[in-house]
Design a protein around this ligand. Sequence first.
Ligand code: FES
Length: 316
Amino acid sequence: MSLIDVVVSDIVQETPTIKSFYLTLPDGKPVGHYSPGAHIDVVGPNSLTRQYSLCGRPDGEDAYLFAVKREEGGRGGSEALHELKIGDQLQVSAPRNLLQIAEDAEHHILVAGGIGITPMLSLARYMDVRDISFELHYYARSEEEAAFLPLLTEKCPDKLHAHLGVGREEQKQRLTETVEATPENTHLYVCGPEGFMDNVRTIAGKKLSEESIHFENFKPTEPEEAYENTEFDVELDGETYHVPADRSIVEVLNDAGCGIDTSCEEGICGTCIMEVLEGTPEHRDNVLTKSDREAGETMAVCVSRTKDPKLVLEYF
Ligand code: FES
């Protein structure tokens, strides 16, 4: 994964537990633009790499902005970022996008739970200035904990539906009403805590097709059943490599000098996805959509494997 050096140019305390960080290049110039919904890898002061959505205006001067919720009891990644000062240096990856706008949709529903508002910000701001039909449903515990609520209230008051302090059952009812009222050819995008996203996806799935529901989950999937690793061979560029049961495909390929980019190595960021030319992948990631999995033409080689004797892969 190639990284670029950036500097923290401003820090805003958005809520008691959420700070946002504005980034520029070391010479003070803007880092660049990106497609709405994109995220970056951020290498924090303690060398932990985490994925964060970019939440500025995708084509604006302050495009490179990400927000971090301080999580107690984690591995310390968010706490270290909360200690950053203006002028500190970080390294970030190029943007990647798992929440791309469906160009052919006639209406878009954005649903955010808590800190899950971050990717929705860039989507909402992009759609708003282009008169793309959308509505934004923002669920948060309270007004005080709803990061970026004043900005959204100012920029897109007609599109914003703030659901503050709503209990779980009421939440389900409101989500059901939202989904039932969707016009034809609607796509829904959701980000938030795992249980919240599961609820939204279940409710949305009663009306919308799997392909119309987009989500971003920066956490590895808990396997429903224990996987059993087997050994197999991988062919890449005419060379064959043996993958033993206790090693991942990407470990074997990179030990052999193949130079496959990786980041999370947990199947959640999409950096290591390769094309499958032959063989059937056993998908264990949380990046590919159901239709990607069924097609079997791509796989995240940091976690996914095969039960076949051999896979033939190609690096994009
Ligand atoms: S490195 Fe992130 S999905 Fe494989």
